[in-house]
Design a protein around this ligand. Sequence first.
Ligand SMILES: *Cc1c(COP(=O)(O)O)cnc(C)c1O
Length: 360
Amino acid sequence: MKLDQIERALSVYPRARIGFYPTPFHKLDNLSRQYGVNLFMKREDMAGPASLSGSKVRVAEFVIGDALKKGIDTIITQGAFLTNSGMQFAMACRKVGITPILFLTRDEPRHGVLEEYRGNLLLDRLMDVETHYLKAPGSAYVNIPDDKQRVLDAMLARKEELESEGHNVMIVPTGGALPSGFVGHMLTFKEIVEQSDSEGVSVDYIYHTTGTGTALPGMLAAKLLTGNPIKFRSISISNYSPEYWINENIIAERVEGIIAGLGQKVPAREDILREINVDRRFIGENYAVPTSESLAAIKALASNEGVFLGPVYSGKGFAGMLDHLRSGQIEAGSNVVFLHTGDTANLFEVNGVTGFTTPF
Ligand SMILES: *Cc1c(COP(=O)(O)O)cnc(C)c1O
């Protein structure tokens, strides 16, 4: 498949136009000089419809396209209390006139009692989103089967209630991870290649923060289908492992699903797995707990380039990339793109460990 055939191939899927695409792509001149590489940034944080956005809007465009076709009027989704996907799905729903409902999990001893609305919670409140809070001991991410079931049961109960009142309700899992949405980030890949081409640059690496596994499958499917040599480097904020709800095989399955859905030849599993490179060393103590590296990375980008990352996801991803650059894992002179997936509003969240906004 050629790069310019991607958009046509995706036209078989219903899509709600919500974001501003293509998102910007630009060089980070000062950090490039400091690190001896050509560093670029792809700005999914500027995807719209609001200025505080992120990588889930691409996913939401296709999930919501499908929902509108099915006559859905209410979308229930879940996430950790700092969820970007929940906030972005709420924005996307508001834009198209679907009612968003959020079920958010929080480990109170670790992440603090919810007393104030800041960060994404404030944005959810401004959008007048019906929000339900559930405790999730151990982590704000729900991994324990019983807890997972508890959240699902709560969402199903609300769904049933609304259906009995005549509503058409769709449940969207954490991160917006529905097969209908995974194709969205094929377009991110296409834009990166086109935008770097027009600057006369051929990209060697794409770095990004990975968690729920919604951006990588589409980008990787597009890479494989177009035979592009770009390599992916994923910095994880969740503990990818065989027994966890997200891991390399799940990503590979999603890639296979995208390619099969487009009627193209699916590569062998091991050829897909070879392209997936997840670094788990930058998670730190827990989800939403900043690390010294992530705080330094956020500050480095802000003070050198005037661009803001977030403390839950993109700061940790950027920290991982800077570590790879410093430790020589990336050859000098390489062309490196960091996918800014958003998270900026979480700079203004209350951190449960310190009780204050992210401590710089
Ligand atoms: C959801 C999210 C991620 C992780 O994205 P996936 O592609 O779903 O793994 C990274 N950064 C931000 C800001 C996010 O909201």
